[in-house]
Design a protein around this ligand. Structure first.
Ligand code: AGP
Length: 608
């Protein structure tokens, strides 16, 4: 999952390409490069590491050009080296290409190209495409790209420039996102809108199987079968401020602190307090259709999979509908049983995660009604779902997902309430739940205001090598999420477990060097959790408890306690996860880790 940006216009291309790349750096950051069309030919520069390395490398270069393409990489084929970095050029150095995706038949195509006398320089799958374009070139760049793409199998988002057509960028997508930015006398193309938001908020989302020919004054789109497409321009509501750090040291910390307002956004206009019910028009389902739902399969990856697990508890308890949560990468390859009355819900922050998108397509092939819970407006999962709910969390730049998680959980709560009120939940209970829901944003604010003790606990455990997270019931997935956050950004090995499951193995790991985070709230399983805590303490484990405000007893039985406000037991994950996000953040900070761009990760996993 790389980041692509391209510009054709009247302004110096270099600063536009570099600032666009920086906005896309969260998509991949192991190497970068750019190519520009100058009067002396194609000018290419590539470097290993972050974009600032590339910037330093070209800082003293005088390059005059108003056309170019650029790329920030997350390596799939070929190590992150300068040679393997994009753009890749043809043997005559007249065509340059950047690519996001995976070409599955690149080895066969490579043999074909070598037989044709083409010299292949890199280990990448991408380089193959530019050579195919060259081989198919008969004076029309778009046609050459079309011919070449008809030979490749796999996924791609590409942008191509050539000295032979100095006014043109040809872009195409299949599986990887691409957006055209509509300007006055200039046009842009990029993997997502954040790369062009400072120049335009009028965009065209390229669909799968489409090719665009972009010039400074215009762009035309056809399918790969050369059928003309009339593009619909959409206005992006996100503002530039929303993709700035706004005074926070890291996007992750900013996004953790945005949760009171992002949770409010997820609720806004969707609660009917009088009827104690939720209103989710985007589901695009009639009352009868909602009543006929017999089974729900929720599919997702990573943090979104954890919110889906919480959705299972919520919907089963409120609506008494059986729910199964599936790893999207597993679901799509096993022939799922999707009988009548089953719906699929795909949960994804980016809306572009390849496995989740394919799981959704798999279910659609079975004729199953598919809904999406998505953050990025206009993303593939949003467009390919039959209906869904936008979580309205705003741009999430930090690779470790935080605000999207709580907004996904809030939307799943609203879905549970809506389906529940149609079945088992009384108006009274519904009203009660809507009142508790309304208090959540302010309760998150209270936790955020009291984050200093969490920073001090982080100080004590920042140098350990392992962590264990335990939770029961609806807070078991929160333990999984806490462990994932710590793993992702601090590189400490951490595992989340249902608290009772600890006795069946993980307890062997516990000694005085093992911090154990336990979600121990005053709910129906409190006593059970307290026994689990005693089992850990008996092995000298260091217990950090997430506890309910006012629970003085627990303070005597654990090493550290972080209090959160009391709320309805079904809403506790929205509060209990916040201290875990902060703990991971402070530990990573103390270990000097690159919090927003952890090694080996990328924000949106658009390849399998
Ligand atoms: C979470 O912090 C990670 N960035 C990752 O696990 C992420 O949740 C996963 O890749 C799914 O992404 P999505 O929600 O955009 O589909």
């Amino acid at each position: 999952m790389c980041g692509i940006v391209g510009y054709v216009g009247f302004r110096p291309a270099l600063p536009i390409l570099l600032s666009g790349l920086k906005r896309l750096e969260y998509r991949g950051y192991d190497s970068a490069g750019l190519a520009m069309l100058t009067d002396n030919g194609l000018w290419v520069s590539k470097s290993v590491g972050k974009i600032k390395m590339l910037e330093e490398q070209i800082a003293d270069k005088e390059i005059t050009s108003t056309r170019g393409i650029a790329h920030t990489r997350w390596a799939t084929h070929g190590e992150p080296t300068e040679l393997n970095a994009h753009p890749h050029t043809d043997n005559f150095e007249e065509i340059a290409l950047v690519h996001n995706g995976i070409i599955e038949n690149f080895r066969t195509l490579k043999e074909y190209l070598v037989r044709k006398g083409v010299v292949v320089h890199t280990q990448t799958d991408t380089e193959i495409i530019v050579h195919l374009i060259r081989l198919n070139y008969r004076g029309n760049l778009t046609e050459a790209v079309r011919e070449a793409l008809l030979q490749v199998e796999g996924t791609y988002g590409i942008a191509v420039i050539s000295m032979l057509h100095p006014d043109t960028i040809v872009a195409a997508r299949k599986g990887s996102p691409l957006v055209i930015g509509h300007g006055e006398g200039e046009n842009f193309v990029a993997s997502d809108v954040s790369a062009m938001l400072e120049h335009t908020n009028r965009v065209v989302y390229l669909q799968d199987g489409e090719i665009a020919t972009i010039t400074p004054s215009d762009y035309s789109i056809t399918t790969i079968q050369n059928v003309k497409i009339s593009p619909s321009i959409e206005e992006v509501t996100w503002t530039l401020d929303m993709i700035e750090k706004e005074g926070f040291d890291h996007f992750m910390l900013k996004e953790i602190h945005e949760q009171p307002s992002t949770i409010r956004n997820a609720i806004r206009g969707r609660l009917n307090f009088d009827d104690g019910i939720a209103r989710l028009n985007g589901l695009n389902l009639q009352f009868e259709q909602l009543r006929r739902i017999k089974r729900i399969v929720i599919t997702a990856c990573g943090t979104s999979w954890h919110s889906a697990l919480i959705g299972e508890y919520l919907i089963e308890e409120l609506a008494r509908i059986p729910v199964e949560v599936e790893y999207a990468s597993e679901f799509r390859y096993r022939s799922p049983i999707l009988e009548d009355g089953t719906i699929l819900i795909a949960v994804s922050q980016s809306g572009e995660t390849a496995d989740t998108l394919s799981a959704l397509r798999e279910a659609k092939n079975h004729g199953t009604l598919c809904l999406g819970i998505v953050n990025v407006v206009g993303s593939s999962i949003a467009r390919e779902s039959d209906g869904g709910v936008y979580i309205h969390a705003g741009p999430e730049i930090g690779v470790a997902s935080t605000k999207a998680f709580t907004s996904q959980v809030m939307v799943l709560t609203l879905i549970g309430l809506l389906l529940g009120r149609m079945r088992a939940v009384s108006v009274q209970h519904g009203r009660e739940l809507t009142e508790w829901i309304q208090k959540i944003p302010q309760q998150v604010e209270m936790i955020l205001r009291n984050s200093e003790p969490i920073r001090q606990i982080a100080q004590q455990f920042a140098q350990v090598n392992n962590f264990l997270y335990l939770g029961r019931g609806i807070n078991f997935p929160v333990a999984l999420e806490g462990a994932l956050k710590l793993k992702e950004i601090s590189y400490i090995h951490a595992e989340g477990y249902p608290a009772a499951e600890m006795k069946h193995g993980p307890i062997a790991l516990i000694d005085e060097n093992m911090p154990v985070v336990v979600i121990a709230l005053k709910d129906s399983v409190y006593d059970k959790v307290m026994s689990n805590i005693a089992e850990v303490r008996a092995r000298k484990g260091q217990v950090i408890a997430i506890a309910t405000e006012g629970d003085t007893e627990i303070a005597e039985r654990v090493n550290h306690v972080i209090y959160i406000p009391h709320t309805h037991h079904l809403l506790t994950p929205l509060l209990s996860v916040v201290p875990l996000q902060l703990l991971a953040y402070y530990v990573a900070l103390l270990r000097g880790c690159p919090v927003d761009q952890p090694r080996n990760l990328a924000k949106s996993v658009t390849v399998e």
